[in-house]
Design a protein around this ligand. Sequence first.
Ligand SMILES: NC(=O)c1ccc[n+]([C@@H]2O[C@H](COP(=O)([O-])OP(=O)(O)OC[C@H]3O[C@@H](n4cnc5c(N)ncnc54)[C@H](O)[C@@H]3O)[C@@H](O)[C@H]2O)c1
Length: 96
Amino acid sequence: MERALITGVAGFIGSHLAAELLCRGWAVTGLDVRSPVSDPVAGENLAELTGDPRFQFVAGDVTGGDLAMVCEGVRAVFHLAGLPGVRRSWGDRFGD
Ligand SMILES: NC(=O)c1ccc[n+]([C@@H]2O[C@H](COP(=O)([O-])OP(=O)(O)OC[C@H]3O[C@@H](n4cnc5c(N)ncnc54)[C@H](O)[C@@H]3O)[C@@H](O)[C@H]2O)c1
């Protein structure tokens, strides 16, 4: 079984992409700074996926260090982590 890594998996596009990949027989590692345990939106977006044994959620920041471990055994990376919207990503959070 092929495994994909999706960054930003707790977001709108990432969670839908993960669901589709699982439907197509892939295993998915999903990385996000928002945890489904502490963030209600993330919890809702990931609700369908968390019961699937082929889905592995990793809480983490793509800007914060070594991603080698989450990339292990991964065939494809979908990099969707980001701050969508010009206003949110400008100003104080431009560095992120
Ligand atoms: N939704 C759209 O219409 C649209 C259109 C064009 C491009 N995009 C791009 O697609 C991507 C996903 O969009 P979306 O609508 O799903 O956004 P979203 O906000 O729903 O999801 C983005 C996810 O990335 C996570 N994230 C942010 N910074 C992170 C970091 N440093 N490390 C790990 N996770 C981090 C957030 O917690 C969030 O769950 C974004 O890059 C966005 O700019 C979206």
